[in-house]
Design a binder for this molecule. Structure first.
Ligand code: TRP
Length: 473
């Protein structure tokens, strides 16, 4: 009996095992409380011990009540035992380090893989293109199963890209574009479909917004995304509030995910509590569903096994750890992921960037003058207090926000390296470094505004119409 039990348990994921141990623990407690016969209690306890053992063998960790397996957990709000650890979840990012979050540690904690030189070289060989600066500079730094995507691609098997945005306001800043700039590059070099989810439902649930307003923001934000230059024949953008009710495939995937994730699991992964509304509790299934090609029958000709690759900020990983855990149990492929670092606020990498604070970043609507003033006034400097000291000791690029922004937006590697050396040696002053950033961002933002102006409501409607794309599946 124990053997067959263990054999069965081996096929369970860490999260399922965690669930089983928790349930069994509850059962034992109930039996004891109900003064059940001794042999019944003993049998239940033996089962509990056996489950705990399987849990330990599978995860390498001791079972702890209320603490789901480590690679699925984000430090739970308030229960963090390691004070110095960074805190990362879809809604909060906290670190006490001026350099920002320790990404190597995050890779270990999340159980993802580092995007190393080998992988970057492989992407270069597969696509025949110079790797994007976000890859060259470690801005996309972590992945799950990217090698599988490349294996398949080299064998002429296609895949699709999925990413998204929560339209919480009209105000988008340059940091919001990172994943879309990268998605555009991936779409071009691999020549694959791209699907963009606008989670207006999420923003309605989390913020003080009407559904109408959230939908309006979705359409406004879509213009900023389209202005990144996506090919209309290869890109589908949708609003949850709009598309979900009309698709014949999407809702089926939502309920499949919902059936396989318990309240305990989402509590563990997302920190939900008993008093969160059920809309929030079930939302993760809605962000999971686009990872499966059968959610878009019009694009994939009803095929359900087309692999998905998701470029996103590392803060979105909890959704996709859950998705990857569920996928094999509903007979669908796990999505692969490419994770980016956080975009720092002007005030420094450990402060929170907020769309409601116009000084915390450069917005896509800023004028050249606003850009200049904001950078000069607010960009946290790694320079020294006086010119004499700066010349003598040099500046610190690791904490200097102007330098960090340049790593995101300055294309020329040699120039970036020169700036780094000159700043570190003290030859280049903070004001001079800021000037380079201002001269990089002013034309970038102006060009974005110019392209956005050309985007009509009619074009938005076309991008958002469910349809076949320029690919045969
Ligand atoms: N939840 C994300 C946000 O608030 C939006 C989103 C939906 C997303 N699906 C995604 C982000 C897929 C990255 C990848 O911004």
């Amino acid at each position: 009996m124990a053997d067959s039990l263990n054999c069965h348990l081996e096929s369970l994921s860490p999260l399922e095992l965690f669930e089983r141990v928790t349930e069994q623990g509850e059962k034992v407690r109930a039996l004891k409380a109900g003064k059940a016969p001794k042999d019944e209690i003993d049998a239940a306890v033996r089962m509990l011990l056996s489950l705990k053992l399987s849990y330990k063998t599978t995860t390498g960790q001791d079972y702890q009540a209320g603490l789901p397996p480590k690679d699925l957990v984000l430090m739970n709000n308030g229960t963090s035992k390691e004070e110095e650890e960074d805190f990362v979840d879809p809604w909060n990012v906290q670190t006490s380090n001026a350099k920002g979050v320790d990404y190597d540690k995050l890779i270990v904690r999340f159980g993802s893989s580092k995007i190393d030189t080998d992988l970057i070289n492989r992407i270069e060989r597969a696509t025949g293109q110079k790797p994007h600066r976000f890859l060259r500079r470690g801005i996309f730094f972590s992945h799950r199963d990217m090698d599988q995507i490349l294996d398949a691609y080299e064998n002429k098997k296609s895949f699709y890209l999925y990413t998204g945005r929560g339209p919480s306001s009209q105000a988008m800043h340059i940091g919001h574009l990172i994943q879309f700039i990268f998605a555009k590059w991936l779409q071009e070099v691999f020549d694959v479909p791209l699907i963009i989810q606008l989670t207006d439902d999420e923003k309605y649930l989390w913020k003080d917004l009407t559904t109408e307003k959230a939908y309006e923001y979705a359409k406004e934000n879509a213009k900023d995304l389209i202005a990144c230059g996506f090919d209309i024949n290869k890109t589908f953008i949708f609003s949850d509030l709009d598309y979900l009710g009309t698709s014949t495939g999407f809702y089926k995937n939502i309920v499949k995910v919902q059936k396989h994730v318990t309240f305990n699991q989402v509590k563990g992964i997302f920190g939900f509590t008993d008093s969160d509304c059920i809309g929030k509790i079930s939302f993760p299934a809605i962000q999971a569903a686009p990872s499966f090609s059968s959610s878009f029958p019009q694009i994939f000709n009803g095929k359900e096994n087309i692999q998905c690759l998701i470029p996103c900020g590392i803060d979105q990983d909890p959704y996709f750890r859950m998705t990857r855990d569920v996928a094999p149990r509903i007979g669908l492929p796990k999505p692969a992921l490419l994770h980016s670092v956080f975009f720092p606020a002007l005030q420094g990498a450990q402060t929170k960037m907020s769309a409601s604070d116009p000084n915390s970043s450069i917005f896509l609507t800023d004028t050249p003058k606003q850009i200049k003033t904001k950078i000069n006034k607010h960009a946290f400097s790694g320079g020294r207090d006086t010119i004499e000291e700066h010349r003598k000791y040099g500046g610190n690029c690791d904490v200097d926000v102007s330098f960090m922004y340049l790593t995101f937006f300055l294309e020329d590697d040699d120039r970036l390296e020169q700036l780094k050396q000159a700043y570190t040696s003290g030859e280049l002053l903070t004001g001079e470094l800021k000037k380079v950033l201002i001269e990089t961002l002013q034309p970038f933002v102006a060009a974005h505004q110019e392209r956005r102006k050309q985007i009509t409501d009619e074009m938005v409607k076309q991008f958002m119409t469910p349809r076949k794309l320029a690919f045969d599946f």
